[in-house]
Design a protein around this ligand. Structure first.
Ligand code: GLN
Length: 480
């Protein structure tokens, strides 16, 4: 039962093959059995889950595809009366008084909350190693990282600890762990899903999206969570299409671009796998052309300057006074700020605050922050031009498969390089997904990335769905 997709589970529920309570209990049992090893969950909300499942069973119609379906939320998404920690010490005991818009939309649609999933502290990282609650292990080989920052959501989907999960993606945090764990990870256009109630990392980059077993499931979740909210002024008025209308049969008439810069510095095995899949895409009717995005080489410095600058100001609210951790022995105000923040923030968060504050400070603002903001605008123009010629782009998601736990923790720049291929869509606010595309010789998953123009989620869905109908990478399971 726990291997089902949303679409399959919904069918089973409708046909009364099993109840939501039975389905939910199976997941709770599986979490109990496997999470001692994986550490995908930081909180399991057993009572809440069983109560919601009961409600879904009592209603019994399962008209809404998410009704009675067990899922989890990354622990930076606020849940009323349920701890939301950002996997940091500073918010270790923080219980929000309200739900995030996404939480509310999912609960209103009848989805069942199994718990809160592990992440790098404040979503800063690419390996989930910076979580205050310990690293999430890769289900394919537990000596390896699950990726990050949405390592918990990705590992839990891959290891059947939920039907789907919700993560956040600033510069790759949904797509990269999806690639490393072998599931679908969907980053939406900036503004497509409201950010209200999601703990901010970099406010002009952050997006919220699903991690699922199939592209069809991603479309079903997006139908529920996408769309304008009065609580977030960056959500546009633009109507949300029914994304399931784009679950088509072939790619006839579509033009797919392959940007050559996205293959530089990528491991040969990954290149070979993506190239083999591009051949599959051609057979499905798409016209594949080579394109060029020369500014890609500036993506990492541009991204990290802008994101760390925004983050350094977002982190100012954790002052040890308003909420969250307060140092015990602090005597006066400045002392409270300094001690609480020193004790409460992890290494990567402190590195973020220092880097961002430096880039924004008088005398350096023009040279760093402003310059990066200008490069961002140029990169957006470059994508606009490429999307005049093609419907979507295909690239590898990550330059390499999962790496060993501890391999990059002493070298922040090597860690940042894991995001080379995912940050451009973050910088430019573009929709983009990672899909299972193959395995390395060591049996570690490799993901393929699809990128489309802003608010063209449906193009990503069409390419991904047709690709999954023709391949079976997404059906492979790790043995736990
Ligand atoms: N690893 C990247 C960072 O630390 C991406 C994280 C994210 O998308 N939240 O910024």
């Amino acid at each position: 039962m726990i291997e089902l997709t949303i679409a399959e589970a919904n069918k089973g529920l409708k046909e009364k093959k099993f109840s939501s309570t039975e389905l939910t209990q199976s997941y709770l049992d599986h979490i109990e059995k496997t999470d001692g090893t994986l550490n995908s969950y930081v909180t399991v909300t057993k009572e809440v889950a069983l109560e919601q499942a009961k409600k879904a069973d009592e209603k019994g119609s399962f008209e809404n595809p998410l009704e009675g379906i067990p899922m989890n939320l990354k622990d930076i998404i606020c849940t009323k009366d349920i701890k939301t920690t950002a996997c940091s010490k500073i918010l270790e005991d923080f219980t929000p008084p309200y739900n995030a818009d996404v939480t509310q939309r999912l609960l209103d649609s009848g989805a069942v909350l199994l718990g809160k999933a592990n992440t790098d502290q404040f979503a800063m990282g690419s390996s989930s190693e910076s979580s205050y609650f310990g690293v999430t292990k890769n289900p394919w080989n537990t000596e390896y990282v699950a990726g990050g920052s949405s390592g918990g959501p990705a590992a839990s989907v891959a290891a059947d600890q939920c039907v789907f999960a919700i993560g956040t993606d600033t510069g790759g945090s949904i797509r990269q762990p999806a690639s490393l764990c072998s599931c679908v990870g969907f980053k939406v256009s900036y503004g497509r899903v409201p950010r209200y109630g999601v703990i901010s990392y970099a406010s002009s980059f952050d997006t919220i999206g699903p991690l699922t077993k199939t592209m069809e499931d991603a479309a079903l979740v997006l139908n529920v969570i996408a769309g304008k909210s009065e609580n977030d002024s960056t959500t546009p008025d633009q109507p949300v299409p029914d994304y399931t209308n784009f679950l088509k049969e072939d790619l006839t008439g579509m033009i797919i671009g392959v940007p050559k810069e996205y293959f530089e510095g990528v491991e040969q095995e990954t290149i070979d796998i993506i190239n083999a899949n591009i051949e599959v895409i051609k057979k499905l009717g798409a016209n594949v052309i080579e394109v060029s995005l020369p500014l890609t080489k500036y993506a990492i410095p541009t991204y990290y300057l802008l994101v760390k600058s925004e983050a350094s100001t977002n982190m100012a609210r954790y002052d040890g006074v308003k909420y969250g951790h307060t140092a015990d022995d602090a005597k006066e105000l400045l002392d409270i700020y300094m001690k609480s923040r020193s004790e409460g923030f992890g290494e990567e968060v402190k590195r973020t605050i220092m880097l961002g504050t430096y880039a924004l400070s008088a005398g350096y603002y023009d040279a760093f922050y402003l310059k990066a903001a200008k490069v961002r605008a140029l990169m957006q123009q470059e994508f606009e031009e490429v999307f005049l010629k093609c419907d979507a782009l295909i690239t590898p998601t990550s330059p390499f498969p999962a790496f060993k736990i501890g391999a990059k923790t002493d070298d922040p720049l090597a860690m940042y390089a894991a995001d080379t291929l995912t940050v451009p869509a973050g910088i430019c606010g573009l929709p983009s997904a990672s899909l299972p595309a193959g395995f390395s010789k060591e049996g570690l998953p490799i993901g393929m990335q699809i990128i489309a123009n802003q608010y063209k989620e449906e193009k990503v869905i069409q390419v991904g769905h047709v690709f999954q109908k023709a391949t079976d990478w997404h059906t492979k399971k790790p043995t736990l």
